[in-house]
Design a protein around this ligand. Structure first.
Ligand code: FPP
Ligand code: MG
Length: 266
């Protein structure tokens, strides 16, 4: 991951510094929440979005890094809620806020971080983007509710895809689409790229051992449970191919190569 982060390190430090300064300015954020927000995250949403923009020669403006800060905040807020919903003990190698302080503080902290994200989105002064993220958080919540009611049940492959598309892919696609809008490049292609990348990312995440153990514990079915390992691997290859096709019109350069290598790792 460091190899890909290095390609966009300048922009990532702006995002990290911004997240750090949000945290420093707010007294009500206790130190574990501060560490959760600033520590150990791969910042994959920012990394893939920045690589996508830079592969097309886009100059990354403050508006774009502000957007990415908002996206990282929404993602982190959703994890604070998710760790409570999934009763997860560990996140990024350290005990979750849920494990350490219980459900109440985990949910309240998620609410608080979400409010910081909303403020950031409003500051972009773009109603289209605000509207898109309002729909995105709705989709994420709907998907989590659907997943909750599907626990311990057999679910169809279509339903599984709908759940991961809502809970994970929606934030990737809105992020990259909004960044494309702010950069004046094809936003529909950006949306499709984010959508396919998000689904591939979640199918891959479901293979992670801690995540898979949590899913078993919670009765959450993933692709491997529904269609088996071979079809899941073939499915991943299909998404990789689709992503390569979406990138086909972009001339070869170091950032495009970075995206292609990152896709191969998933
Ligand atoms: C992790 O999935 C969780 C998500 C991708 C989204 C969680 C979304 C919500 C709780 C609703 C929206 C809430 C807000 C505040 C925006 P996972 O459990 O499969 O992955 P994991 O193994 O990493 O936990
Ligand atoms: Mg979880």
């Amino acid at each position: 991951m460091d190899k890909f982060r290095a390609l966009v390190s300048e922009e990532l430090s702006i995002i990290d510094d911004d997240l750090d300064s949000i945290i420093e300015q707010d007294d009500c954020i206790f130190s574990d929440l501060r560490s959760f927000l600033s520590g150990n995250s791969k910042r994959i949403r920012s990394v893939i979005c920045l690589l996508y923009l830079k592969s097309q020669g886009i100059n990354v403006t403050k508006k774009i890094t502000d957007l990415l800060v908002a996206v990282e905040l929404i993602h982190n807020a959703s994890l604070l809620h998710d760790d409570f919903v999934d009763s997860s003990d560990l996140r990024r190698g350290v005990p979750t806020l849920f494990k350490k302080y219980g459900s109440k503080l985990s949910v309240l902290s998620g609410d608080y971080i979400l409010s910081l994200a909303v403020k950031r989105l409003i500051m972009l002064e773009n109603n289209g983007i605000l509207n898109l993220f309002s729909d995105t958080v709705k989709k994420m919540s709907e998907a989590e509710i659907t997943q909750y009611f599907s626990r311990n049940n057999e679910i169809s492959f279509e339903k599984y895809l709908k759940i991961i598309s809502g809970k994970t892919s929606a934030l990737f696609s809105s992020c990259i689409k909004s960044a494309a809008v702010l950069s004046g490049i094809d936003s529909e292609r950006a949306f499709r790229f984010g959508e396919n990348f998000g689904i591939l990312f979640q199918i891959n995440n479901d293979f992670d051992s801690i995540s898979a153990e949590n899913d078993r514990f919670n009765g959450v079915k993933t692709a491997v449970n529904i269609i088996g390992i071979e079809k899941t691997l073939a499915l991943k290859d299909n998404y990789k191919e689709e992503l390569r096709q979406i990138l086909a019109e972009i001339p070869n350069n170091a950032y495009k190569k970075g995206i292609e290598d990152l896709i191969e790792l998933l």
